[in-house]
Design a protein around this ligand. Structure first.
Ligand code: AMP
Length: 215
């Protein structure tokens, strides 16, 4: 199964992708995660990407297309994959079509998660994750231990640099201008299913699974 999860930052793509990984046994390909790893490793690509990410802007298409092209050729993608955060521009979507055609593969579905903008800001500003085990928390909806540590391993929590309100507002603008047009792009290809991302997490998951039946 070859799926794209579309939706603005904070729509729940990462959460839903992780659940789909469990259910279908295919990998999640998150360009945001891959870029953050490169930033932490201070690789040349990471150093270049950091300034765009810190400002909430998109990393240049050719950089992101390059990492996805390589990743999709790995063995664990043979049975399918879940793209989370890619494509984000029409140019990336066109490039993905080319990569898939070279690999003799076709997309099965594009799921677009819809969430109101003010809810996205609340979701993102409250988001934290454990530096040690990576578990995600939300200060309001899924709080950490009373002393602010991870409930699983006691590790220290961190907030993403781009989860501050000013950068979030820019990420929303960027989404509206550059990524939202992908809905029409995939609607025209009869691949798009729009899902209400305001519902409870398990409800969203069931709606997605129902939409994927037959894929
Ligand atoms: P995310 O974790 O998906 O919210 O991505 C975090 C940041 O990584 C974004 O704000 C961009 O700066 C960068 N990024 C992630 N995916 C892409 C992409 N497909 N194209 C360009 N930049 C990306």
């Amino acid at each position: 199964m070859k799926i794209i999860l579309l939706g603005p930052p904070g729509a729940g793509k990462g959460t839903q992708a992780a659940m789909l990984v469990e259910r279908y046994g295919i990998p999640q390909i998150s360009t945001g995660d891959m870029l953050r790893l490169a930033v932490t490793a201070k690789s040349p690509m990471g150093v270049k990407a950091k300034e765009y990410m810190d400002a909430g802007n998109l990393v240049p298409d050719e950089v992101v297309v390059g990492i996805v092209r390589e990743r999709l050729q790995e063995d664990d993608c043979a049975a399918g994959f879940i793209l989370d955060g890619f494509p984000r521009t029409i140019l990336q979507a066109d490039a993905l079509n080319e990569v898939l055609s070279d690999l003799h593969k076709q997309l099965d579905a594009v799921i677009s998660l819809q969430v109101e903008i003010e809810s996205l800001v609340v979701r993102l500003t409250g988001r934290r994750s454990c530096l040690n085990c990576g578990k995600g928390f939300h200060l309001q909806y899924d709080p950490p231990a009373a002393d602010g540590s991870c409930t699983v391993c006691g590790g220290e929590l961190m907030q993403r640099d781009d989860d501050c309100e000013e950068t979030i507002r820019n990420r929303m603008e960027v989404y509206q201008q550059q990524t939202a047009p992908l809905e029409d792009y995939y609607r025209k290809q009869d691949l798009l299913t729009v899902v209400d991302g305001m519902a409870e997490i398990p409800v969203v998951q069931e709606t997605i699974v129902t939409a994927l039946q037959g894929c």
